[in-house]
Design a protein around this ligand. Structure first.
Ligand code: SF4
Length: 221
């Protein structure tokens, strides 16, 4: 059945291409109740994401930025989307924000960066002029949910508002819920600020420090 749907969608895409379209809105083909068929290993999932053209972000990306780290970890960090330097390198959380995240993991959790899993909601870098639509997140979040299923973390730390909203469907402002622990399925979620936001608002570092101390406590349970 899925193969038939894929064939029909491919046919529609070729028809659109013949009419002069190079990209189309993923919402046109959105199958709310029909999740993407995704591989059952992180290696194969990464390969599939690297060839993904489900949304318009594939048009401007240099590299797909898939998650990295340990599959046998208890803690996963989820940011929103890769920035330019990460788009060029194909790795998540580089630059000053990435250095800050690494320091927080080491100093507060007492873990190395390789001992946790780090990823983003979106796997491709949106340029400053690209407006993100609901359909963009919808297209990409299947990869994130599969990463969660494969890693099976005990605690997920969401960095910034967007990953928290998409993971929990809770649209409360981050400043009101940061540091609050909620149980979702088989894991706990702790929302906190994104390191890139902390670079612009260093006075909030203390709050993130407290949030991560809470995460450390949860990991000992
Ligand atoms: S952002 Fe996600 S859905 Fe869009 S092209 Fe990249 S991997 Fe595919």
């Amino acid at each position: 059945m899925k193969n038939l749907q894929n064939a029909l969608q491919l046919k529609q895409l070729y028809q659109l291409k013949s009419l002069g379209y190079h990209y189309t809105n993923a919402q046109l083909f959105a199958q709310e109740d029909e999740p993407l068929e995704l591989p059952n290993t992180l290696v194969d999932l990464k390969k599939q994401a690297q060839n993904c053209h489900l949304c318009f972000l594939s048009k401007g990306r240099n590299r797909v930025v898939f998650g990295e780290g340990s599959q046998n970890t208890k803690v996963m960090f989820i940011g929103d989307a890769p920035i330019e330097i990460e788009d060029r390198a194909g790795e998540p959380f580089l630059g000053r924000g990435g250095e800050m995240l690494t320091l927080m993991i080491e100093k507060v959790l007492g873990l190395s960066r390789e001992e946790v899993y780090i990823t983003n909601l979106l796997k491709c870098h949106p340029s400053s002029t690209q407006v993100l639509h609901e359909s963009t997140m919808h297209s990409c979040k299947a990869y994130l949910f599969k990463e969660i299923e494969l890693v099976q973390p005990q605690v997920i730390v969401t960095l910034g508002e967007m990953p928290y909203h998409y993971l929990t469907n809770d649209t409360t402002a981050l400043k009101e819920i940061r540091g609050m622990v909620s149980k979702r399925g088989g894991y706990m979620v702790v929302p906190t600020y994104h390191p890139n936001f902390l670079l612009k608002n260093p006075s909030l570092k203390k709050e993130v420090f407290l949030d991560l101390q809470k995460v450390k406590g949860l990991l000992l349970l």
